[in-house]
Design a protein around this ligand. Sequence first.
Ligand SMILES: [Zn+2]
Ligand SMILES: [Zn+2]
Length: 262
Amino acid sequence: MRFSVLASGSTGNAVYVENDEHAFLVDVGLSGKKMEQLFAKIDRDMSKLSGILVTHEHSDHIKGLGVVARKYKIPVFANEKTWQAMDGHIGNIPTEQRFHFDMEAVQSFGSLSIESFAVSHDAIDPMFYVFHEGDRKLVIITDTGYVSDRMKGIIRGADTFVFESNHDIGMLQMGRYPWSIKRRILSDVGHVSNEDAAIAMSEVVFEKPTHIYLSHLSKDNNMKDLARMSVTQTLQSNGIITGEFVHLHDTDAEEPTLLVTV
Ligand SMILES: [Zn+2]
Ligand SMILES: [Zn+2]
């Protein structure tokens, strides 16, 4: 199994996952044109996609969904409530391209199994995905206000995590956002901070090589260096030295991460 975080952040999210038989895109949060550019950068072709997996209906996850799905005739998977919530925002998706991926379900595509799980976020029925192939496990978890014990049970022991590290609490509190938005971000259905993400990470990593991609960084309330430093420190105070088993990686709002094997 190989993957690339094509783009990550409040301006648009998309993660590419493939094995030898199938290729999937989790969310299409950028315009069709930008998506084509990102695919070109990893030397892949959108017409080869087996499916698009939708996490939730926020625009930073579905902005280019309709355009891309129609142009390349790609099957789209989402749960029922998310389909309803997307209605009127993505244009018409032909019936033969509309598929259900229920909450807390597993669907298999050859040797690749994909598992959905619920997160805590202010969308209608938000969920993220775990990819399994053989003994390898890739977890994508962003857009959640906190990481519950239930979520930890599902994501535990992955080889690679695409993990939300949304904001620095100090920057958010000092920043220019109105109080209502600050309260939303900090709430149980908003986004996880660098520190809270790292505390959760420390509870789900095993003593084996583990790669964590710090994702969905806020443009206004975080910085790559700060996220990395803060996560490193919090992991350390929870007994995990980065560089030993756990390796941290940046993601970017516009540049894909290297397509690597999980
Ligand atoms: Zn969201
Ligand atoms: Zn988002």
